[in-house]
Design a protein around this ligand. Structure first.
Ligand code: 13P
Ligand code: SF4
Length: 347
């Protein structure tokens, strides 16, 4: 596709206005007008091809900001994006995130062709457990409800009674009639849910499998103590995939969407966000007056997304970029997700 110089300049200026405050990754080039001019032909082509093909592009907040602000139709957390996928009426859904999120979109919108830029964009949590492992756990604890975190494969969802996200996990587990709950695949989030429900006076026994998120497991209470000593008035905002010790030392714990809402609603001189760096970029773009401290942790899977891969995908998707879920698995996984939507509190 060829675009006139004036169209490229207008697009570069749009990108520059959206991205100029983003400065979270110390190794990356700054978002100056020159860099925006370089990517403008890519974002113009991606947006034009989306319109041509009737595609909606969903982007998780962790992917690079040139995707979330340059070409995404919706950006947000896993729950928000699953709602957008469920209501999509377009022939195609392009998912810039990781494969379990795209599979979830396919389960919820089976008539749509769901496309992923890179089929190797896994997730250490989703990859930690198989459907067979879930069947074994169910056989070992037959009186327990099986609850899967949305960071799981379609096959694991198909073996589970209800799915949850980091935004609705407490309300959904509290609403289940079963006292005993098998929670897969995040051991750390399971421990955090156990602590939070105990604090709320909800009597549940939570059995977990052994997965962890390779990004969030790295944060330590010492990171928080050092930051608090250096930045008085600091607010520490963490994701529930962090360890219980990190959660205990934080001011707020929640999904990526809830973390953004907390920062917006809570004035403070500084914020430390213990999560993937993309979320800091989103807040820098949307709340440019706030100051974020701390280093940058990248999810290697989320970072497999790129504008070049999105452009090539929209020109002609390769077979490995088309997400398929066998129909019997899809139907059972859809039941597990539908139960989540039934039990999830209204936002
Ligand atoms: P959210 O549901 O909070 O967006 O989290 C998804 C995720 O992968 C966190 O690591
Ligand atoms: Fe999975 Fe962790 Fe990456 Fe989220 S940040 S997609 S949980 S590996």
């Amino acid at each position: 596709m060829h675009f006139p110089a004036a169209a490229i300049e207008t697009e570069a200026e749009r990108l520059f206005r959206a991205l100029l405050s983003v400065d979270c990754n110390p190794g990356a080039r700054p978002w100056d007008l020159g860099r925006c001019r370089e990517i403008a032909p890519l974002t113009l082509e991606i947006n034009a091809r989306k319109r041509e093909r009737g595609a909606v592009l969903l982007a998780h907040s962790y992917v690079e900001p040139e995707i979330t602000y340059g070409v995404a139709d919706h950006r947000g957390d896993s729950y928000f994006l699953s709602l957008r996928a469920r209501e999509a009426r377009t022939p195609e859904i392009v998912f810039a995130g990781v494969v379990f999120m795209a599979e979830t979109a396919k389960i919820l919108s089976p008539a749509a062709r769901v496309l992923v830029p890179d089929s190797a964009s896994g997730c250490s949590l989703a990859d930690s457990i198989t459907p067979e492992d879930v069947r074994r756990l169910r056989a070992a604890f037959p009186d327990a409800a099986v609850v899967c975190y949305i960071n799981s494969s379609a096959g694991v969802k198909a073996e589970s009674d209800v799915c949850v996200t980091s935004g609705n996990v407490h309300a959904i587990i509290a609403a289940l009639p079963e006292r005993r709950v098998i929670f897969v695949p995040d051991r750390l989030m399971g421990a955090n849910v156990r602590d939070e429900l105990r604090r709320q006076g909800v009597d549940k026994e939570i059995i977990t499998s052994d997965g962890t998120c390779l990004v969030h497991e790295q944060f330590t209470p010492a990171d928080i103590a050092a930051a608090r000593a250096q930045f008085p008035g600091l607010r520490v905002v963490v994701h529930p995939e962090c360890t219980p010790e990190v959660v205990a030392a934080a001011d707020f714990t929640g999904s990526t969407g809830a973390m953004m809402r907390y920062v917006r609603a809570t004035p403070a001189p500084y914020y430390l966000l213990l999560t993937e760096c993309g979320l800091v970029g989103r807040l820098q773009a949307e709340e440019p007056a706030r100051r974020f401290i701390g280093g940058c942790r990248l999810c290697p899977y989320m970072k497999l997304n790129s504008l070049e891969k999105l452009r090539d995908l929209l020109r002609a998707p390769r077979p490995d970029q088309i997400v398929e879920v066998p129909e019997d698995v899809r139907r059972r996984a859809a039941r597990c997700l539908d139960r989540m939507f039934e039990l999830s509190p209204a936002d």
